[in-house]
Design a protein around this ligand. Sequence first.
Ligand SMILES: Nc1ncnc2c1ncn2[C@@H]1O[C@H](COP(=O)(O)OP(=O)(O)OP(=O)(O)O)[C@@H](O)[C@H]1O
Ligand SMILES: [Mg+2]
Length: 328
Amino acid sequence: MDTVFPTDANPAAIVHRPVIVKIQELSKSYRTGFWLNQQVVSLQPCSLEVYQGETFGLLGPNGAGKTTLLKLLLGIIRPSSGNAQLLNRPAGDQTIKQQIGYLPENPYFYDYLTGWEFLTYSAGLFNIPASIYKERIPELLDIVGLSRQTAIKKQLRQYSKGMLQRIGMAQALINDPDIIFLDEPMSGLDPTGRYQVREVILSLKDQGKTIFFNSHILADVEVICDRIAILDQGALICQGSLHELLGSPDAYFVKGQGGSLDVLKKWLQNLTFEGGYWQGYLHGSPSDFMASINLMNGRLITLDLRRLSLEDFFIQQIHQRRTNPNPN
Ligand SMILES: Nc1ncnc2c1ncn2[C@@H]1O[C@H](COP(=O)(O)OP(=O)(O)OP(=O)(O)O)[C@@H](O)[C@H]1O
Ligand SMILES: [Mg+2]
C-alpha cells in the first residue's frame, strides 16, 4: 500500500512508500493485584502506519505505553485487541525475524562475555557465517564508537552504562536488518555518544532502513525523525510528519492585540493569550493576515519567522490533553 506525505526536506513532495508497520486498533491491558482482579490499561486502541525508509519517533512521558507498543510490534507480548503487521506479516512472525533489529529498553547482557564474544553470540542467533561476522563486528564497533581493544578484552560486567548501550546498538545491527526498533537508544549516553547514535540513525536512514524508536530526547527526535506519534497515559494523542504537526519550517510566529477571536482562530495555530496579547503561528500569507488585522482594528506587534519546537509542541499536547481530555 502506498501513501503520500510532505517532509521538511521537501514540503511539497508527494512521497509514495510501502507500509512497513501497520497497527490497527491495537491495545494492551494487564490484570494485576493479588486476585488479578484489577486492570491496568497500558495501551488504548491505537492505529498507525510507518512507511519504508522512514524514521519514526514514538514520544510520551514515563508510563505512556511506548515500550508496550514496541513489545507488541515485536511479538514479545500479545495484544488484548486489534492487530499489528510488520512487512505484511503478523507481528511476531518467525519468517521476518531475520529482517528485524531490536535494542530493548533494559537489555540483559551476559556479564562474563566480552563485547566481542557477545556480538559473536548474537551473530550465531541469526546463523551469520563466521566469514561475514568477523568483518561485520569491527565495522559495527567503529559505527557505535567502541574500541576493538575494549570489545576484545573487557567483560560486559566491566562496561559503563553508555558502553553497554553502544554494544546493545551494535547487537541490534548485527544482522543488517531492514527495520530497526530502538527503545530509548540515547539513554545513558554522554553528549558525544548521543551525537554518535544520531549519526548512526541518520546513516541507517541513508541506507534506506526503516527506523522506529522511542525517545525522551526531543531535540534529537526533531533532527532525526520524519514522522512522530505522541502517547500519553496509553492514548495516542497525535501523529504526523514534523511538517504537519509543527508547521512549515518557515512558519511565522505572530503576536498582537485586539481584533476578533473568531478571525484570529482562523489564522493562527496554537493561539494563546497572555497579559492582554494574543500570539500564535500563522498559517497563510503574512500580507493577507496583516490586511485582516487592519480590517478588525487589531494591532500586530511581532511577526517572526520560526516554528514551534518539538519540545514546546510536546508539552502543549500533553497539557491540553490532561486539562481537557474530551475536547468534544
Ligand atoms: N507487565 C506489566 N504488568 C502490569 N502493568 C504493566 C506491565 N508492563 C507495563 N505496565 C504498565 O503499562 C504502562 C505503560 O508502560 P510502558 O513501559 O509501556 O511505558 P513507557 O512509555 O515505555 O515508559 P518509560 O518512558 O518510562 O519507558 C505503565 O503504567 C506500566 O506500569
Ligand atoms: Mg519505556
